[in-house]
Design a protein around this ligand. Structure first.
Ligand code: SF4
Ligand code: SF4
Length: 133
């Protein structure tokens, strides 16, 4: 029988990136976003697995014996373009540090995916029209 384990988060390391909830094959890490708040809830786990631990970019997760659920929440910063809630400040800061050597001055990091797609579409359309001139 597989030992039942719970997630223990190393203090302050979780940045709310959702890599763990996206990669859990058993659906035990629940992600929800309402009213400008991102919540991640880790249920106790009885699977022979450590994917969430390996997927975490900040080594925040430890799987320890136990039955408890753990929840963290993060206020979401607004997208610079549309103003809709987008991502946690801790995640944005982490990305800025990781990408500082390759980011352009007018970074897209604080723009939401939807606005990025629209901007890229406008950019491509502009290039296409210019090529036809
Ligand atoms: S150990 Fe595997 S199954 Fe268990 S919570 Fe993490 S990713 Fe999900
Ligand atoms: S992958 Fe790590 S940093 Fe990202 S939400 Fe999960 S525990 Fe937090």
């Amino acid at each position: 029988m597989t030992l039942r384990r719970q997630v223990e988060l190393e203090g302050g390391r979780c940045i709310g990136c959702t890599a763990c909830s996206s990669s859990c094959p058993a659906g035990l890490i629940d992600l929800s976003q309402h009213n400008g708040l991102r919540r991640i809830r880790f249920s106790a786990c009885d699977q022979d697995c450590q994917i969430c631990q390996e997927a975490c970019p900040t080594q925040a997760i430890r799987l320890v014996p136990g039955e408890a659920s753990v929840e963290v929440s993060f206020p979401l910063l607004a997208c610079r373009s549309c103003g809709q809630p987008d991502q946690p400040a801790a995640l944005l800061e982490h990305l800025r540090i990781c990408l500082q050597d390759i980011l352009p001055a007018d970074s897209w990091l604080d723009i939401c995916p939807s606005c990025r797609r629209k901007a890229e579409g406008r950019n491509l359309a502009g290039q296409w029209l210019k090529a036809r001139e």
